[in-house]
Design a protein around this ligand. Structure first.
Ligand code: FAD
Length: 425
């Protein structure tokens, strides 16, 4: 126990009550903060006012963001060389800081690096060279298969039903893979990507659906300048306007078999590995958004006067800020625990990442909503930042797996663990 000898305000960092940040960590946070404040936030605000086609137009501020991000020199793959706990905290600090500036842009910049990250993890130099300096995307969902695709093991299928092959299928034949079909319109970066890490049902010669009713999957790197690739219209939507989205069509697109990162029995686990990373990335991102909403509310409470005094002088307002903040710290703690688990656990699992994703995104939505309530009428207007944060957080409850479904699957996994002996003695 440490006995205090005098009262002092608590030690606090940008990302809250971290007791022991190193000098290097603090420097990195400050660099990311400057980028978030000076580039992501103002450009995010401007992009949010544009139509989907304008967001990706040649003269869009989006390309300034991409150019400035390159100068920041972040290298997420190099984190793998650090101790898992150190890497998990550093990665969480970086992403939270960026997303404090703009969540949609952080997601766009993050998913842009997914094909490279996967190629690096697979140790495949040819695919690393192919993915380097190209904007990436991660197509999974399809027009008729949203939650069905995220639930690749069919855990929540209705009893007695058999899955359909899917709207996008990769057919393996001889030395090549032929890809045919259409993704959903929700592919993040789908309208701007130059390369994809495609996770889709696969036919290895005996159909997509196996006799046990499970789909075969594959994880394949697909350059998007190949013959047969085309795009739909950029998607108009609620929230995360700064994250360009749209469907991708594959008309018998051919890639060499060696572009498959995971195939056969390793297809579905390979896909779930990417999903696990995405769940943690979402958690880190929406911790940042929640913090941004809180900080706006905190500042407003010190500026706005009602009832004869600044809002902050009213006890109820202080309680509301305290209530918001304690939930941010809980979300941050779960995020970092999931990030650490993914890097360090003997058997990481996508449902641990998605548990965190579901909790943190719901928390971020609640905090943004509470922040808007603090601004009251002003919060509803486009003059103030809260309505954008509410819209951005709202999309996250569905993005990368709809939250009820993710939580339902967590319950299924917990039941499986119980049946195998966990928590039942
Ligand atoms: C901002 C954003 C970014 C995205 N980025 C990507 C991306 O980069 N790549 C990509 O491929 N996709 C992406 N998506 C798509 C996303 O993964 C899907 O929207 C999500 O998985 C849900 O699928 P769906 O929208 O088709 O809903 P559906 O699966 O049709 O679900 C509809 C409703 O039915 C419920 N439901 C579904 N199945 C069951 C069941 N078995 N039991 C009980 N209830 C059920 C759900 O809870 C939901 O409320 C993104 C989505 C958003 C919003």
């Amino acid at each position: 126990m440490r006995i205090l000898t005098s009262y002092q305000p608590p030690h606090v960092e940008r990302a809250g009550f971290d007791p022991d940040l190193s000098g290097e960590e603090r420097t990195l946070v400050e660099n990311c903060h400057r980028f978030a404040r000076d580039v992501l936030r103002p450009h995010g605000k401007a992009l949010d006012r544009l139509g989907a086609a304008e967001v990706i137009a040649k003269d869009s501020p989006l390309w300034t963001v991409y150019a400035e991000y390159q100068k920041l020199g972040l290298d997420f793959a190099s984190l793998d060389e650090l101790e898992p706990a150190v890497a998990a905290r550093l990665e969480s600090l970086i992403v939270e800081e960026l997303a404090w500036g703009d969540a949609g842009l952080t997601l766009s910049l993050g998913v842009a690096g997914f094909p490279l990250l996967v190629a690096q993890a697979a140790g495949n130099q040819e695919l690393v060279d192919l993915a380097k300096e190209r904007i990436g995307c991660w197509p999974v969902t399809q027009p008729d298969h949203g939650s069905d695709m995220v639930d690749s093991y069919g855990v929540e299928r209705h009893p007695g039903t058999v899955p359909k092959p899917g709207n996008v299928v990769a057919r393996f034949s001889g030395g090549e893979i032929v890809i045919r079909g259409q993704t959903s319109a929700w592919v993040s970066n789908g309208s701007i990507a130059q390369i994809a890490v495609l996770c889709c049902p696969a036919d290895y010669g005996q159909g997509v659906v196996r006799p046990d009713g499970i789909r075969n999957y594959a994880v394949v790197i697909v350059p998007l300048d190949l013959q047969g690739v085309s795009r739909g219209k950029p998607l108009e939507k609620l929230g995360q306007i700064t994250l360009p989205q749209g469907e991708i069509f594959f008309d018998d697109v051919r890639v060499p078999k060696r572009f498959a990162i995971c195939e056969g029995e390793s297809g579905a686990p390979g896909f779930l590995s990417v999903l696990s990373v995405a769940g943690v990335f979402m958690s880190q991102t929406f911790t940042g958004l929640a913090r941004a909403a809180f900080e706006h509310a905190l500042a407003y409470a010190h500026e706005r006067r009602q009832g004869g005094a600044p809002l902050i002088e009213h006890q109820l307002v202080r309680w509301r800020l305290g209530e918001m903040y304690k939930r941010i710290e809980a979300a941050r703690a779960m995020t970092r625990r999931a990030a650490h688990y993914l890097r360090a656990a003997p058997a990481p699992h996508p449902n641990v990442s998605s548990m965190s994703k579901a909790f943190v995104t719901q928390t971020a939505f609640d905090i943004a909503n509470e922040g808007l309530q603090m601004f009251a009428g002003n919060g509803l207007t486009k003059e103030y930042p809260l309505e954008k944060l509410v819209r951005d957080a709202r999309s996250a409850l569905i993005e990368d797996g709809e939250n009820y479904l993710l939580t339902l699957r967590l319950g299924s996994v917990l039941s499986d663990l119980y049946k195998k002996g966990w928590a039942n003695d």
